[in-house]
Write a protein that binds this ligand. Sequence first.
Ligand SMILES: Nc1nc2c(ncn2[C@@H]2O[C@H](COP(=O)(O)OP(=O)(O)O)[C@@H](O)[C@H]2O)c(=O)[nH]1
Ligand SMILES: [Mg+2]
Length: 325
Amino acid sequence: MQTLLQNALAGKQRAVARLITQVENNTPTAQQALAQLHAHTGQAHIIGITGAPGSGKSTLVNELAKEFRRREQTVAIVAVDPSSPFSGGAVLGDRIRMQDLVSDKGIFVRSMASRGNLGGLAMTTTNVTSVLDAVGYDVILIETVGAGQSEVDIASTAQTTLVIEAPGMGDDVQSIKAGILEIGDILVVNKADKPEARRTIKALQAMLQLGHSTKTLHHGTLVESQAVVDSAGWEVPVQPVTSLTGEGVADLVTHIEQHAVWLKNTGNLALHRQAQFEKQIRTLLQAQVWHSLVGPDLEAVLADVTARTLSPQAAVAVLLSRLAG
Ligand SMILES: Nc1nc2c(ncn2[C@@H]2O[C@H](COP(=O)(O)OP(=O)(O)O)[C@@H](O)[C@H]2O)c(=O)[nH]1
Ligand SMILES: [Mg+2]
C-alpha cells in the first residue's frame, strides 16, 4: 500500500487509478490510504457540473478542462452518471474531441462505477475527490446528472456548483423542475448558438432576479445585468456558453475563479470544509458504531422488538451500554 500511495503522490496516473478503484470498493486499504492522504488535501478547487441529460455537461467539461489547461492548471475529471455506465474510452460525450485531452499528462479522467457503491455514491465521490486533491490536481471537475437528491449530495462536495441549462428540451426550465436551481453558484445556459437560448436566459433571469443586478461576461466585458444574490452574498451569474465551439467558456472560467476568490475571502470556503468534514466524521462514526455494537446481536434484538418485549428505545439503551463495558 505504501508504494501505491507513494506512486500516487508522485503523480503516477496508474497508481492514482488503482487507488481510486480501492476507494470505490471501500476496502480497508482505501480507508487507511485516505487517512494518510488527508494531510495532503485542501489545495484543489472542486467544481460540480450538474444538469439534465443532454444539456451538454460532458461537452462543457471537455472545454472547461482545455481552458483550465490554457491557464496552466492541472485538471481531474470525475464523471458520475448512475444511469449510464461508461464503457471503454467513451467517458466524455465526444470521443474525437476527447483525444485532445488523453495525451495530456495534466489531465486525469475517471468515470465512477455505477454499481453499488458501498459507502454511498456521494461519500465515494467525496473520497475519490480527496485522492485527486491529495495527489495534486489543481482543479477537479465532477459531472453529475441533475436529477434530485443524490445530485444535491454530490454537489455539496463541490466548492463551486454549475447548473447547466439548455434550450430546446421542452418548455420547462429543467433545473427548476429537478429542484437543483438553488444549488447553482453559477447558472450556465449551454447551446447558446441556438436561437431559443435567449428565451432560456430570460426565463432563468426572471426566476432568479429579485431586482438585483447580475454579471454576464461576454468576451470579458459586462453586457447584461440580471442576477440573484444568494443568502451568503454571492451574485449568481447567468453565463451563456456554446460548448460545441468553446464560445463563452473563458468567461465562465473567469466567473469560476471569481467564485473561488469570493469563497476564500468571505470565509465561506472554511465553513464549507467544516460542514463537509462534519458530515464525513458523522457517517464514519455511525458506520463504525453500528458495526461494532449491533453486528452479531441484530437478529436477537430485532426479534425482541418485533415481539414487543423490547422497545426500540430500550434496545438502543442496551446496545449503547455495551460501549461503557
Ligand atoms: N447546438 C449545440 N449542441 C451542443 C452544445 N453542447 C453540446 N451539444 C450537443 O448536445 C448533446 C448532448 O451533449 P452531452 O455533452 O453528451 O450532454 P450531457 O448528457 O449533459 O453530458 C450532444 O449531441 C452534443 O453535441 C452546444 O453548445 N450547442
Ligand atoms: Mg454526460
